[in-house]
Design a protein around this ligand. Sequence first.
Ligand code: AHR
Length: 343
Amino acid sequence: MKLKFLLFFLSLFFLCAAFSACSRKPAEPDGFILGFSQIGAESAWRNCNTRSVQEAAAETGIQLLFFNAEQKQENQIKAIRSFIAYQVDVIAFVPIVSEGWENVLEEAKEANIPVLICDREINIDDKSLYSGYLGTNMFQQGQRSAEYLIKKFFDSQGNINFAGLAQETESNIPRSGANDPVKIVELSGTEGSSPAILRAQGFRDVLSEYPEFEIIYSESGDFLRSKGYELMCNILEKFSGIDVIYSHNDGMTLGAIDAMKERGIRPGEDIIIISIDGEQAAIDAMIRGEINCVVECNPKQGPDIMRLSKLLAAGEKIPPVIYMYEEVFTEWDDLSGIAPRGY
Ligand code: AHR
């Protein structure tokens, strides 16, 4: 790990020395340098996001300085500082958490380097410290997850209805009674990250109108499949009568499903499962009846990142917020026609 850093900074040092005699601005419109700081490789979704950025850079002939932060904000800050030292033309990064970016963004602004925030949002007072955000609408993903639940549990007369849940469970999970609230457990993403914050807020925003639903427990599984498994094992020890799992990503969902199956619980039947991302493995699980709803989060952001970076490198303005197109897939859809997801 340390050796990787040393090599990265040494190579930057030599590259800086080699470039010091050159002017910073590229002669060719496509020939500019983009410094990109990625969070890491915590999920299949993230790996697809990385591939999308790298492939789009290669296709457009943009020189990409790619840096993987191994899940640490301090590594991202170091990478951004080295991009500034290297005098790249544009900086793009995926902020692992939403707070704590003021100082390094001020440094980028002083160096006159435009910054594009990708995938995850930041919380900052001075919006002039970055040029724009390209990513997904995570608040809406939370809302869409809750909207599915309402459709699932209300009948056409507007009455709460547990008919969607298996009444006789093989694992003898006590079922909620008709007057009990629907009991929801939330597997949340990385603490302090915008997907964890916004997916939780969007979900609650819709459910706050419905006292028929109760979030009985919420804990972070850090977007990792292994933690989703561990969390679910502990949750099943602690709670009985869980009706719904709302999981902030497919990785954690798949881990949780493993834990349920080990205990004879039928995911998708004994417990309703809503998952965010749209990985192939989650769609396959939905086809098997093990997930009830998948809310898409689109990782294929590379082409748009390149398009926006090109505009920024040319000194143009970009819109402050651009969201990717996304869909919702449910157990009621014909899933046979979904194109292979590629992640
Ligand atoms: O920021 C997007 C989230 O991060 C995705 O939902 C998750 O899978 C990823 O690791």
